[in-house]
Structures are given as C-alpha cells and as structure tokens.
Design a protein around this ligand. Sequence first.
Ligand SMILES: [Zn+2]
Length: 426
Amino acid sequence: MKNRKSLFSAKAAVTAWSLAMSLTGFVAAETPIETVPWNGHVGAVSFTFDDALENQVQNLKPILDEMPDVHVTFFLTNMGNGLQKNAAGFAALAKAGHEIGNHTDTHAHLSGISSNSELEKEIVTFADKIESVMAENGATVRVTSLATPFCENNDQVSAVIDTRHFINRDCGWHGRNEWDVEAKWMSIQAKVWTRSGATVTEMLSSLDTAAFIGDFGNANPWDVSVKGGSWLVVLNHGVTDDTGDDYSINPADIKKLFQHALENDLWTAPFGTIGAYHRAHFIVDKAEKTATENGYTVKWDVPNEHMPESVPLRVKIDTKSVDEKAIVEQDGKILKPESDGTYIIEFMAKVLTVRKPKDGEDNPIAIRATSQINRDYTKFTLFDMNGNNLGSVNGFAVPERFPKGAYIIRAEAKGLSPKIVKVQSK
Ligand SMILES: [Zn+2]
C-alpha cells in the first residue's frame, strides 16, 4: 500500500508538472516565431558603391568574381551617362548576384526639389528605367533600394521613395544598425569611405565592432553602446589606385576589407538583402498564432510591396506545443528543419502553418540540438589573425598556452561545411 500510494503521488506530481509546463509553453508561444539574428552570423555588413562608375566594373568586378561569399550593392545613376555607358558591366554584376539599386536619374539635390512630379521623375521613373536597361542587357533586376545623392533627404523626399522602394540609404556617423532597434527604413545611415576621412585600419576596426569583437567597456558615452553583433552599412564610390580621387579606394584595400568581413563571420550581403531580413524580423517575431484543429497558423503583413520577391528568414518555431514531430508548412509545402533545428521560411508568403503529422505521414528530419552540431565536427584548427596555422585544438576554445588575444578556429567534418569562428583567448 505504501508503495502504491507513493507511486500515485509521483504520478500526480508529474501530471501537475506537465500541465504547468504546457501552460507556460502556451503563454510563451503566442508569438511562436523568432528570427535568428543576421541569418545565423554574428553580425552583417553591406558594402555599397555609388554613381555607376566605369572603374567599379573594371577594378571591382574581378575581385568580386573571385569571392563568391561577398555580394554588394551598386547604386546607379545616369549622371555622366553612367547607367547607359556601363550597362553591360552592371548587368553582368547583377547576374552574379549583386544588387542593383537606384541613385536617381541626374544625381539630383533632392531636398531642393519641391515639386512631387519632379521628384517622381528622378526617383520612380528612373527605378523603372534601370530595370528596363538591365533587361536590355540580359539581366532581370527588381530595384527595391535607393540611396539619396549627397544624402539629402526630407519627409517629402522619403514619402516619394517609399512609393517605389522599401528601403533607402542616407549616410553619416558609424553606420551601425542593432538587431533589436527598428531603424528609419527611409533613412538608413552609412559609414562613408574617403581617403582623407577614414583609414583602412579604421574600416577594419568597424568590421570588428560589427562582429562584436573587442572590449567596449570604455566606449565613448556619446557613441552608441555596443551590446552585440550589428549590421554595418558602408558607402563607397570608385575603386582605383588613383590617390587623387579622394572618394575612391584602392582595389587591394577593398579586397582586404572584404576578406576581414568574412574572417569575422559577418553576413556580407547586399543592402536590400540584409535590410529586408532586418525589416521582416520586426514583423514576423511579433506575429501571433491562431489555433486550428491540429495546430496553428501565423499570418503577417508585408510592410511594403517593393520588397525583394523572396525574403528567406532563418527562424526558430515553437513546434513542440503542437507535437514532437509537428510539421511546418508554407504554400502547401512541408519545410524541413535545418541541421540546427531552425527553419528557412519565406517572409513574402505571409502565412505559415504548424500541424500534427497525419497517420502514416513521413515526419521531417528529427531536430538536432545545436550542441550536437558542435560535437559533429571532428577537426578543429587554430589560426592567428594573420592566417598562420597554429595547429590542432580540441574544440571552439584557445588552449591556455597561447597568448591572450583574438584567434580564428576552423571546424571541419565530413559532410558538413566548415565553420569558422573568431574567438578571444582568456
Ligand atoms: Zn552619388
């Protein structure tokens, strides 16, 4: 009797505990989607190149062609006949995955224009023009971003940009955007490169800050405090060795910046790509679920019809409150979880369903914990910041015998893509 009674109490306790857990789960999961910051990277960077210059095609394209993990943005204008003259080169860059954005027809002083129809000619008509010129040169381009010439902007200008683009780049200050702070989408700040105004060392340091590498305890109080990885937007113009051109950067230097961005594990992608991911997360993460017979649906609105046609988001989804083997669907298609348990969803689909599997239905791949992923790597190699191989280590930690400082660890395993992580030794 004694045994039976204690068994009963234990069962009752377990039942009460499960009930409490499921209630907690229910409350916490009213907004069941949580976007993974910066597409799973520690931070992000967008390099943007203005003015449709010939030396961008001549000197930057060969560098980009060698670096498939770097994608950038070109803001085109017809100033100096730039769009028409270099159309074939920019169409080739578009086909290689780089973004083509709008920098207005005549590189106008927009805040000096008071007529809406004049603004529309510079901004809206020219966006269409870029698309048609690119199409004549064999590239299908959807213009979704603008950059204001001279960074001149005001409410009237922003309102016109907003009718044809989902995001706009201005310039100034440090050019960093934090994950949880919603920016003014029609006035994103950018760090401006000039030979006289910045140094390569300073730019490299900005890429460290974006990757949250460094000690920010003594940061200047007038600067924004750095709490984690961020999205750095960089404004460049020409790419040439001509030191008389203050706005241009040497080809070797821009290559060095690209390489450092990759070493720092920054998501190095176009302005419109990262901007869309960033903007979408504020919506999806707040989207609430509606219960269905066998699970739930989540619906959200797209904030601007001129977002890119596809905006893939890497997200965590509460599936466990529905079923251990719950199925996630969009547009009638079952989404398979990634190896770390996240899902890549399509923001532009505006809806997502989570449901129990039907009888006999194949379940998607079992979810594996992130710790399991780290265990899957079999080989870890330590490098110093100059890329010198310092030998094998046992995991994502620097052995004590090495001096204090920053290192890179490259983890490898059969069937997995290598993971490169920047680490600080203690
Ligand atoms: Zn410009």
